[in-house]
Ligand binder design. Sequence first.
Ligand SMILES: *[C@@H]1O[C@H](CO)[C@@H](O)[C@H](O)[C@H]1NC(C)=O
Ligand SMILES: *[C@@H]1O[C@H](CO)[C@@H](O)[C@H](O)[C@H]1NC(C)=O
Ligand SMILES: *[C@@H]1O[C@H](CO)[C@@H](O)[C@H](O)[C@H]1NC(C)=O
Ligand SMILES: *[C@@H]1O[C@H](CO)[C@@H](O)[C@H](O)[C@H]1NC(C)=O
Length: 164
Amino acid sequence: MPVVIVLVQILSVLSVLSSGIRAASSFDDFLIPHNQERSQVSGLGVLKWSKDLERNASGLVAEQKNKSACGFADLRGYRFGANQAAANFKLTPGQVVASWIEEKIWYSHANNSCMEGHQCGTYTQVVWNTTEELGCSQSVCSGKNSLTICLYNPPGNVVGQAPY
Ligand SMILES: *[C@@H]1O[C@H](CO)[C@@H](O)[C@H](O)[C@H]1NC(C)=O
Ligand SMILES: *[C@@H]1O[C@H](CO)[C@@H](O)[C@H](O)[C@H]1NC(C)=O
Ligand SMILES: *[C@@H]1O[C@H](CO)[C@@H](O)[C@H](O)[C@H]1NC(C)=O
Ligand SMILES: *[C@@H]1O[C@H](CO)[C@@H](O)[C@H](O)[C@H]1NC(C)=O
């Protein structure tokens, strides 16, 4: 198994979203923006939702809620790919996935490199060709901090390989 780099993105947020009644998010809220981004690259397959990955992600965010007030999980060497997002409010799935895709502006496909001083790993995991399944979960901690983790199988960000 090649080494997988797991990269995360921290969102610094200055204001808290207004409260309101919001429908509980469904898996499509994570899945659809992933597949929309993948459709930008011709020849990438669509991801399928995995209940097993969702359960696993749910265990991870529950553990982080318990032990670090929704801080990032250390998932180096984990058997699945992972993207994480943290904020001081409850992010919507759309905001989470958009924050990962934002890294695209630093990524150059021509030479498979990321602009110095930036990270591209959450974007490249979203568009990793050989990844087939996705499962995500979110925990909200006191103070409304939230941690969202999506897991990917097979994992992307394999060192020395391009996403597509
Ligand atoms: C998630 O998957 C990993 C690797 O298979 C396993 O070690 C871990 O126990 C699983 N966690 C949960 C909560 O299912
Ligand atoms: C949270 O912590 C408590 C006490 O340390 C422990 O009993 C429980 O299993 C933990 N739950 C999770 C999801 O890690
Ligand atoms: C990769 O390509 C981009 C855009 O063509 C260029 O700006 C960048 O310097 C290149 N990076 C490397 C490491 O060659
Ligand atoms: C993705 O992988 C498949 C199977 O290896 C390959 O046929 C296809 O060309 C790849 N797509 C891209 C965009 O690299």
